[in-house]
Design a protein around this ligand. Structure first.
Ligand code: PLP
Length: 345
């Protein structure tokens, strides 16, 4: 199977498995797992923050940020197609007791003037704005890189109003590789950041949240409350270290595969690219083909290719380290065949 459903399907490499086997461990709830401590130090350094915390998932990292930054009854500003709003089961409302205020973005980027206009007044009728969330790269916008200047402008406004900014950087390393801007520079424009080790970076599990030391000590308590205080978890931190130190650079290969796939798809009748391909996500629209989304996906599967549904007529492909150039060419052949095969009558 050529699996393009997500970059979460990546499996730990031989080197990662060896590091897991050999990892020095201790009880991380006591702060005594040397491998976790090392991962957190490395991550804080790469992200340019005082401290970092290893958390079970990207969702948990984003939710801890919401819990630390906000009080119940506050409002969180985020982009209308953001992962936190669409795909985290309303966790911010369920756990942090906040309501969301969504703003439509342009390729995932909210207009700074819209953000400023959405900030709440000091009025007995209104909730207080507790947090602004950004997402880079933006998943639903097809892996779009949010420009650094856009983040800067929003952060300036937030600072002026004393409101914290959190970055959902599940794919921040993709943004960095595509733009040539270090992850640190993006993270500098926010108070806190979440990155996924388990997507394109290839670790089997886990995310990092980073911010000030004060933020991280509160985050540690929330992680415990949420049941995320793990014990000898150095076995999972060890591949995380390899993910950070060695795998960020190879994301370029995923971006090249994505470009190759996008170029090929553009030449197939019945398909339009839904958005420009900047990183490792390709979204196509098949409204003008003769297939329903369900039929298209099941015929892909019969031909050894997995992809995901991403809305009416929309299909998402995500390149990842298990996919070769030859695989991409094979995917293109399969799609040609599915869409244009005419049975001989
Ligand atoms: C995957 C993802 C998350 C959540 O990560 P999980 O580890 O799956 O919980 C958050 N934000 C974005 C943009 C993502 O793509």
């Amino acid at each position: 199977m050529i699996d393009l459903r997500s970059d979460t399907v990546t499996k730990p490499s031989e080197k990662m498995r060896k590091a897991m086997y050999e990892a020095e461990v201790g009880d991380d709830v006591y702060g005594e797992d040397p491998t976790v401590n090392k991962l957190e130090e490395i991550a804080a350094e790469i992200l340019g923050k005082e401290a970092a915390l290893f958390v079970t998932s990207g969702t948990q990292g984003n939710q801890i940020a919401g819990l630390v930054h906000c009080k119940p009854g506050e409002e969180v500003i985020l982009e209308a197609q953001s992962h936190i709003f669409l795909y985290e089961a309303a966790a911010m409302s369920a756990f942090a007791g906040v309501q969301t205020k969504t703003l439509a973005g342009d390729r995932g980027a909210m207009k700074p003037s819209d953000v400023e206009a959405a900030l709440r007044e000091d009025d007995v009728h209104e909730p207080e704005t507790g947090l602004i969330c950004l997402e880079n790269t933006h998943n639903k916008a097809g892996g779009a890189v949010i420009p650094l200047e856009n983040m800067e402008a929003i952060y300036q406004i937030a600072k002026r109003h004393g409101i914290p900014v959190h970055l959902d950087g599940a794919r921040l390393f993709n943004a960095s590789v595509a733009s040539g801007i270090p992850v640190k520079k993006f993270a500098e424009q926010t108070d806190t950041v979440q990155i996924c080790l388990s997507k394109g970076l290839g670790a089997p599990a886990g995310s990092i949240i980073a911010g000030s030391s004060a933020f991280i000590s509160k985050a540690r308590k929330w992680r415990k409350r949420l049941g995320g205080g793990l014990r000898q978890v150095g076995v999972l931190a060890a591949p995380g270290i390899i993910a950070l130190q060695e795998n960020a650079g190879r994301l370029q290969e995923d971006h090249e595969s994505a470009k190759r796939l996008a170029e090929g798809l553009q030449n197939i009748k019945g398909i339009t690219l839904e958005s420009e391909v900047e990183t490792n996500i390709i979204i196509i629209n098949i409204a003008h083909s003769n297939k329903t989304t369900a039929a298209f996906l099941s015929e892909l599967k019969e031909n050894g290719v997995l992809a995901g549904e991403f809305g009416p007529h929309l299909i998402r492909f995500v390149t990842n380290n298990s996919v070769t150039e030859t695989d991409i060419d094979q995917v293109l052949l399969v799609i040609q065949k599915i869409l244009h095969f005419q049975p001989i009558s």
